[in-house]
Write a protein that binds this ligand. Structure first.
Ligand SMILES: *Cc1c(COP(=O)(O)O)cnc(C)c1O
Length: 229
């Protein structure tokens, strides 16, 4: 089942990229495996998945221990509390959800202790939904200018969770705004800031996100099925 789901998603990614003259290699699929048992991750791995997205520190730690492969990456995509940074800073390839200076500072400190460089994205709440974490668009530039000076950190780009909508077109302006923001930041040429990553688009809206410049899409439901909490 997962193989078929993955094939379908990959086909849609390729079609969208072809239409937009984007190299499909520039769109990275994050397989969002949160709440799913190891057996499904194993099945995903056999189908070719190598990057898994999780939103809970405890779950990343458990799966990291139980699902050891040399060639996989874990991505932290959920809200991260400062007191839990130490458990994952040397386990994850990318933290998508940095939304405050204090969190970035803690990540920097813990990365230094473990002698690693932490790769991070700044989470933006473009739609200004009260229910979502993330900085307001207007705050992002100043925040990047502060955070980039911290050691043992590299800001790879931006992330957003767009609202849940029936018609993905409704999220197009949000993705456009994210792209523009990343261009504006890139133009500043700040040390340790690349803006190569734009993490946006989920099961319901990923093709629109790719059309507007997403370089990472995070898909759960369409690959692993509905989540039962
Ligand atoms: C759960 C989750 C996803 C995946 O959402 P689907 O709609 O199931 O594809 C993507 N990003 C984040 C941050 C999530 O928490």
């Amino acid at each position: 089942m997962i193989q078929e789901n993955l094939n379908n998603i990959n086909k849609k990614i390729t079609e969208t990229c072809l239409k937009m003259a984007i190299d499909p290699k520039n769109v990275v699929l994050i397989n969002v495996s949160k709440t799913k048992p190891l057996s499904l991750l194993e099945e995903g791995y056999a189908a070719g998945m190598r990057i898994f997205g999780e939103n809970k520190v405890q779950e990343i730690c458990d799966k990291y221990e139980q699902f050891k492969k040399d060639d996989i990456q874990w991505h932290m995509i959920g809200h991260l509390q400062r007191n839990k940074v130490k458990y994952i800073v040397d386990k994850v390839a990318l933290i998508h959800s940095v939304d405050s200076y204090r969190l970035a500072e803690t990540i920097s400190k813990e990365a230094k202790k473990k002698n690693v460089v932490a790769h991070i994205l700044i989470q933006v709440n473009v739609a200004q939904e009260d229910s979502k974490y993330g900085l307001e668009t207007a705050e992002v530039m100043d925040m990047v200018k502060s955070i980039h000076q911290l050691e043992h950190l590299k800001i790879e780009g931006l992330m957003t969770i767009a609202p849940f909508v029936e018609n993905a077109e409704e999220n197009r302006p949000i993705f456009k705004a994210m792209y523009q923001l990343s261009v504006d930041i890139k133009e500043q040429n700040l040390d340790n800031v690349s803006m190569d990553v734009l993490s946006m688009g989920m099961t319901n809206d990923f093709t629109v996100a790719i059309e507007e410049g997403a370089t990472m899409i995070r898909i759960g439901t369409a690959l692993f099925g509905e989540r039962n909490y």
